[in-house]
Write a protein that binds this ligand. Structure first.
Ligand SMILES: C[S@@+](CC[C@H](N)C(=O)[O-])C[C@H]1O[C@@H](n2cnc3c(N)ncnc32)[C@H](O)[C@@H]1O
Length: 218
């Protein structure tokens, strides 16, 4: 991920993520007494917005830059941010069995040890706790696969990208396989669905989302 673009990960720069999260966030029954863990919170926009409905939210992210932007732009009295890897949140004794809810949006495809992260997040839940995960499969970002194939076969530019290998680790298990994985990682029940989100993006939203702001070198 281009962490130098952390400051751009807001507004149009995360239009897709925000829209999809808004379509699903009510699946989690947030209560005023809840403590919430937001794993891979990024710049903290939903971290802060959830904080308006619950007792407290702890946002964690592996990126120091993302945490710094979150602290600067999305702080609130009942929000705390920490730098921590999703695979290690369960190692923190203050967080183990410490949360009523956990969310993890658009994070799991950034590393291969996804079940390690799931076990770690599940260890942070109190008995009866709930989580909402949103993650992507290949179909979601098929456009990236298409763009890579196009470039690799390009007469002029193909030679420069022949060795390019995506570092993304999409979740390509079926619904049934996904439910099995979640149960093996500590959840008593796992509801799971595959959704295709057809979002119409303006040119500026598309460029911002791909981290190509017109006025900056990235
Ligand atoms: C696409 S952003 C999503 C941020 C936020 N959840 C949202 O929906 O806008 C992915 C985030 O995952 C974080 N991330 C990547 N690998 C991580 C890891 N191993 N542990 C914690 N956070 C990680 C990145 O730093 C980045 O902030």
């Amino acid at each position: 991920m281009n962490f130098s673009a952390s400051n751009d990960y807001c507004g149009d720069g995360r239009f897709v993520q925000h829209s999809v999260i808004m379509q699903h966030i009510d699946k989690l029954e947030l209560r005023p007494e809840d403590t919430v863990l937001d794993v891979g919170c990024g710049t903290g926009e939903e971290t802060k917005s959830m904080a308006g409905k619950v007792k407290s939210v702890t946002g964690v992210d592996a990126s120091e830059e993302m945490v710094a932007v979150a602290v600067k732009t999305n702080s609130a009295p009942n929000v705390a941010y920490s730098q921590c890897d999703a695979r290690a949140v369960g190692d923190n004794p203050d967080w183990r069995e410490g949360f009523d809810k956990a969310v993890c949006f658009f994070v799991l495809h950034w590393f291969p040890e996804q079940t390690q992260a799931l076990r770690s997040i599940s260890a942070c839940l109190k008995l009866g706790g709930q989580t909402l995960f949103i993650f992507e499969n290949h179909d979601d970002l098929f456009i990236l696969t298409q763009a890579t194939s196009f470039l690799k076969s390009h007469e002029k530019w193909g030679a420069f990208v022949q060795d390019y290998k995506s570092s993304l680790h999409f979740w390509d298990l079926s619904v049934q396989e996904t439910q099995k994985v979640f149960k093996a990682c500590g959840w008593a029940e796992a509801k799971c669905e595959v959704r295709r989100h057809e979002l119409v993006l303006s040119e500026i939203q598309l460029k911002s989302g791909m981290s190509f702001p017109e006025s900056k070198d990235v």
